[in-house]
Design a protein around this ligand. Structure first.
Ligand code: PEP
Length: 252
């Protein structure tokens, strides 16, 4: 199955806004048949349950962060068990905005991946270079090595890897995009790492997706022509019409 993931970031500020968004989303999705594509929406934690209750039959729900402990005195954190028990199946981890604003590092991400897998959640691990250039492959490999250090052959197929060059995220650099060849080469770097660590057969089961300024106009070139298994979509996931259009193109 292909995968299209919406990263709603810290948006949807009120119940009214949420109802409007969910209504539009339902309407857009209602008309479509996307048999080859799994759609995942990741809202802020306060919306998890209502997203699940409203869209849970057609869409999978994910979180945008978890803590590595399951329960206890960790003020303000969200537990993997909470995400699971309120309808979540996925969790985005290692996003560059969490690294930048909350000082998360690879060791934190590694602990969170283990906690997610233990709870039966599928982590969507974001890896990507801060600057476009020659060193980008080594940055990606080092993030993969550190973040997946405790993930064995039995568990890796439940992990999704998202290649997300930080410089291509719409809020960082409007208009800057990798070429289809750049994305294909990042895909090969990730695949090679997975084959070396887990063997070819297991590596083939791991989905590799692309994130960074994806929209309905560029998705064919950067996500489909490059051989990616799907997309992580930020800005355009706030527009149900555009998001579903992206999913339809990936589904073809
Ligand atoms: C993101 O930040 O994960 C992302 C995909 O954002 P955008 O699509 O807005 O670049």
């Amino acid at each position: 199955m292909k995968l299209v993931v919406g990263n709603l970031k810290m948006n949807i500020l009120s119940p009214v806004e949420r109802e409007r968004y969910l209504g539009l989303f339902k309407k857009e999705l209602g008309r479509k048949k996307l048999e080859k594509t799994e759609i995942v929406l990741c809202p802020p934690p306060i919306h998890l349950e209502s997203f699940f209750k409203t869209l849970g039959k057609k869409v999978r729900i994910g979180a945008l962060n978890i803590f590595w402990e399951r329960q206890g005195s960790f003020t303000g954190e969200v537990s993997p068990a909470m995400v699971k028990n309120f309808g979540g199946e996925y969790v985005v981890l290692g996003h560059s905005e969490r690294r930048r604003y909350f000082c998360e590092n690879d060791q934190d991400v590694s602990l969170k991946i283990v906690a997610a897998l233990k709870e039966g959640l599928s982590p969507i691990l974001c890896v990507g270079d801060k600057e476009q250039g020659l060193k980008s492959a080594s940055v990606v490999v080092s993030q993969l090595k550190n973040c997946l250090d405790k993930v064995n052959n039995m568990r890796i197929e439940n992990v999704v890897i998202c290649y997300e060059p930080v410089w291509a995220i719409s809020s960082n650099n409007p208009g800057r995009l990798p070429t289809s060849n750049d994305v294909m080469s990042a895909r090969l770097t990730i695949k090679k790492f997975l084959v070396e660590k887990y063997g070819a057969k297991t590596a083939d089961k791991v989905r590799i997706i692309y994130g960074g300024s994806v929209d309905a106009k560029n998705v064919r070139e950067i996500c489909v022509d490059s051989g990616m298994d799907g997309a992580l979509v930020g800005r355009e996931s706030l527009e149900p019409y555009e998001f579903v259009k992206i999913a339809e193109i990936i589904n073809r």
